[in-house]
Write a protein of this length. Structure first.
Length: 138
């Protein structure tokens, strides 16, 4: 919400809404949504196994790193500066990857790290890894 409010993450709808919110309301909303239970997967099945492999190992031949190194779940705890992907809606995750791929996704000071990763990730792999993360509970 802070990124929308400052315009560093563009969105025609969210920018004006977030800009009108007081800081304490943004914190309350973040806390509220952070407490919600995870969403289920929209497309369970074999693509989750492929997505789990991408999340765990990346796609070395395409120079796509492991997702779990930054976003979890993994051996090392996820850093708070990187978003939690577990339990997120698959369609939402694919949309965010597509925005990164096109260079249109802003947000945190680390958002630019995803641009080259997303540009090397085939659309089918985006869907597979999104379905995998959507199937996880946080």
């Amino acid at each position: 919400l802070e990124a929308y409010a400052t315009g560093t993450r563009p969105s025609g709808i969210m920018e004006s809404v977030a800009a009108a919110l007081p800081d304490d309301t943004i914190r309350e909303l973040a806390a509220y949504y952070g407490r919600l239970s995870a969403f289920g997967s929209e497309s369970p099945g074999s693509s989750q196994a492929a997505g789990a492999s991408i999340a765990r190992d990346g796609i070395p031949e395409l120079r796509v790193p492991s997702c779990s190194d930054c976003h979890g779940p993994g051996i090392t705890p996820r850093r708070d500066v990187y978003p939690r992907l577990a339990g997120q809606d698959a369609a939402y995750l694919v949309q965010q990857l597509e925005l990164f791929e096109s260079g249109a996704r802003g947000g945190s000071e680390f958002a630019h790290l995803m641009d080259p990763v997303a540009s090397r990730l085939p659309a089918s792999a985006m869907r597979e890894v999104a379905n995998y993360y959507a199937s996880l509970e946080d």
